[in-house]
Design a binder for this molecule. Structure first.
Ligand code: ZN
Length: 490
């Protein structure tokens, strides 16, 4: 098995990946809170952890990929006060909270599917794991790292910090945090403003609440990920991923909960993808640059000059390393659109090139292939891998222009790069083939175009023009070129 190196947020360096169970890899990723449409901020973790899963499977690991749906207990104000975002939306729209959850979960799945991300193997919902969360709170109470106050249960950060270090992930120290913060009002139940809720007693108007030994209430946001990751991946598992915005307090609190309850941090490698900016600015509703994925795919946001296809977005995300920030601009996306087209086209052209054992061998092709895998195995260095793949594109284009022959062994390596790596690891596919029943649709259109070609050869121009017109009416644009007929869906 090839070695994979992964940057570990906790040690702040790249480490050789050694899974807890040989040959297996357990991955937990913090999924969306489903109270609104999937937006650009969801695309990056979606694509990043998809590449991780695809690559580890390619390397031979049996991967279990768990990504949760947060459908309860995600509060506006960090973790402790205010109204649950889903409950708030439900109240505003006069719907059951679970209607909101169902609606936006389906929308999220659709967007992720368009981005060609593989579904997780397990997609647990917080509301389906209340029992596990209550038993985790009981465990932390028993270990002495939590206290009950007015029907709520809080994690005792100071006490935890005396025997363990709070702040390992974020690199913050509790003493620094204390000296930089003023005490907040309205948090009387807590001994310290740094303590966070494990269980919150619900106010009478609160809709989503469950019975517990302490009160009728709901779990704190950080609790679900500790409970569900342990349930499906075990007390110690390999990779915990999420966006950098979740590092503090969410993952820091998860780590503290894990350590307090089971004595270990629960996770071998913490992995964080960096954020997306738009024209250099952070994305935010107040800045008017908050873009949903649907707006991006349809071009219906005022800052977009055109629609950008899901594959263009996917390719654009992969052109940057996941730990770097990524800036969206029309210019950058248009460049990505062109680059992607060249990459996909080269894979298709390769299939049409003539093979012969008399063909000239291409130098250094094997080392080109190795460099692609080395880049991917070096903490998912997709920008370097893509740059190397364009070397393969250049080779294919040169052979095509010269009308030369390719040696079958070289065709094998080029296909592995331009079809297998591009399609199966990077997950970049021809979008015409990705649309639902796309393969059949492509096949049918090609068949009709063959019939039109036949008609033209027989000088039956009436039929060939009629086919063209009918296809155009159906939204299939066709263009006759020297190489043949190209088509596009409108
Ligand atoms: Zn989480």
């Amino acid at each position: 098995m090839r070695e994979f190196h992964i940057y570990n947020t906790i040690t702040r360096k790249k480490e050789k990946f050694e899974s807890v169970n040989p040959g297996m890899a357990g991955i937990y990723v913090c999924g969306p809170t489903v109270y609104g449409d999937a937006h650009l901020g969801h695309a990056r973790p979606g694509v990043t952890y998809d590449i991780l899963v695809r690559l580890l499977r390619k390397l031979g690991y049996k991967v279990r990929y768990v990504r949760n749906i947060t459908d309860v207990g995600h509060l506006e104000n960090d973790s402790d006060t205010g109204e649950d975002k889903i409950a708030k939306k439900a109240r505003l729209e006069q719907l059951e909270p679970m209607e909101i959850v169902q609606h936006y979960t389906l929308r999220y799945h659709e967007a992720m599917k368009l981005l060609n991300t593989l579904p997780p193997d397990i997609e647990p919902r917080a509301s389906g794991h209340i029992i596990e969360q209550i038993s985790l709170v009981e465990n932390i109470l028993k270990k002495g790292f939590a206290y009950i106050s007015n029907g709520s249960v809080y994690f005792d950060v100071h006490k935890y910090n005396n025997s363990h270090k709070y702040g390992l992930l974020s690199g913050r120290s509790l003493d620094d945090m204390i000296s930089n913060t003023r005490d907040l009002d309205g948090q009387d139940d807590k001994k310290s403003s740094f303590d966070f809720a494990l269980w919150k007693k619900a106010s009478p108007e609160h809709i989503m609440k469950w019975p517990s030994p302490w009160s009728e209430g709901f779990p704190g946001w950080h609790l679900e990920c500790s409970a569900m990751s342990a349930k499906y991946l075990g007390d110690l598992f390999d990779i915990h991923g999420g966006g950098m915005d979740l590092l503090f307090p969410h993952h820091e609190c998860e780590l503290a909960q894990n350590t307090a309850s089971r004595g270990n941090g629960g996770v071998k490698y913490w992995m964080h993808n960096n954020m997306i900016t738009i024209n250099g600015q952070k994305m935010g509703k107040s800045l008017g640059n908050f873009i949903t994925l649907e707006e991006l795919f349809t071009g219906s946001h005022k800052i977009l000059e055109q629609p950008y296809s899901p594959m263009t977005i996917r390719f654009f995300i992969l052109q940057a390393h996941y730990r770097s920030t990524l800036d969206f601009s029309n210019e950058a996306l248009q460049a990505a659109e062109k680059g992607l087209k060249r990459l996909i086209l080269a894979g298709q052209d390769l299939a049409k090139l003539k093979s012969s054992s008399l063909g000239e061998r291409i130098e250094n092709l094997h080392s080109l292939k190795e460099s692609v895998y080395e880049a991917l195995c070096d903490d998912l260095n997709t920008p370097i891998a893509i740059a190397q793949l364009f070397e393969a594109v250049r080779i294919v284009n040169t052979v095509k222009e010269k009308g030369g022959l390719l040696h079958p062994d070289d065709i094998d390596i080029l296909s592995e790069l331009l079809q297998d790596v591009v399609g199966n690891i990077l997950g970049l596919v021809d979008e015409k083939a990705l649309s639902s029943n796309g393969n059949i649709l492509s096949g049918v259109i090609e068949l009709i175009l063959d019939m039109r070609r036949e008609a033209k050869l027989n000088k039956d121009f009436g039929t060939s023009d009629l086919i063209r017109q009918k296809l155009t009416d159906l939204g299939v644009q066709i263009k006759d070129t020297k190489e043949g007929t190209e088509w596009n869906l409108n």
